[in-house]
Design a protein around this ligand. Structure first.
Ligand SMILES: [Zn+2]
Length: 280
């Protein structure tokens, strides 16, 4: 009899561990459950394309702005590797070309343009291309006079793009203002976590703001605030449910109900018709 049992080989990707409760689950089961833990209901992070497929009819969308890819415009000095190297690694790891994927599709039969951010690509940080893709998504919604939806998750601005990154806050906000002027509905879903420049720009400007259960939402993180104000923060501070009670968030919605609830609200908010061309 052997003293040691050989560790059983588990094929990579067949099982996954919930980051919240630590329980193992079949990857396929988790995927079928829209990446929500079957044990503890923890809403896991999903990438942009997955989110679009979860929300749109027939899991189909027509991508917008995929040809735009980030570049090291500032030749940012890094301790290890260059920004270009990091971008390459992020593309491989996250399986996307940037921290947001934008597409046209239908949600319960309603034509929409949707932008879904991705925390696994450089912490969902907003650089020039993220800002431009969001702006193009808004422009597409405006041109087609269909609602614009954003699923926002972000750690903040893209450090390596410096001030250019911060400018995206003004640029995206200007586009959202145009949607409002033209009477085009704009809905936001805040996913875990949504912080920094994204939370302080387009993610805060929805006509209706949804959030996923347990999502961390705020500008600076709780530790930074606690250290600054030297006071104990209340229980659940900056979580979706806390912000619902404070009126910052309109609805906290389980991922399984998200599509249905978005469709319900969209049916109330019909885009204003295109203004009549002046005659004569
Ligand atoms: Zn779990």
């Amino acid at each position: 009899m052997a003293f040691f049992r050989k560790k059983k080989e588990i094929p990579v990707g067949l099982w996954m561990k919930c980051p919240s409760c630590g329980k193992m689950a079949f990857t396929k089961t988790v995927e079928e459950n829209l990446h929500v833990c079957p044990d503890c209901d923890h809403h896991m992070k999903v990438n942009g394309p997955t989110r679009l497929r979860q929300l749109l009819d027939d899991r189909k969308y027509e991508a917008i702005g995929e040809d735009l890819e980030p570049r090291d415009l500032l030749r940012f000095k890094e301790d290890v590797g260059t920004y270009e190297d990091k971008l390459k690694k992020s593309r491989l790891k996250a399986g996307v070309t940037e921290a947001v994927t934008v597409g046209r599709g239908h949600l319960e039969g309603i034509a929409v343009t949707v932008a879904a951010m991705d925390f696994s690509f450089r912490g969902g940080s907003m650089g020039v291309v993220v800002g431009e893709r969001i702006a193009r998504g808004a422009e597409d919604a405006l041109a087609r006079r269909v609602p614009f939806l954003v699923v926002a998750t972000s750690g903040g601005a893209r450090m390596q793009e410096g001030a250019l990154s911060l400018m995206q806050m003004a640029k995206t906000s200007a586009m959202i203002a145009r949607l409002r002027e033209e009477g085009i509905p704009y809905l936001v879903v805040l996913a875990d976590p949504c912080t920094g420049g994204v939370s302080a720009s387009f993610a805060a400007q929805g006509d209706v703001t949804f959030a996923e259960p347990g999502a961390l939402i705020g500008f600076a993180g709780p530790r930074v605030i606690q250290n600054t104000i030297k006071a104990q923060l209340p229980e659940g501070f900056q979580r979706a449910e806390f912000l619902l009670a404070k009126g910052y968030v309109d609805r906290v919605v389980h991922r399984r109900d998200l599509k249905k609830e978005l469709a319900t609200v969209l049916r109330y908010l019909e885009p204003r018709a295109r203004p009549q061309e002046a005659v004569g």
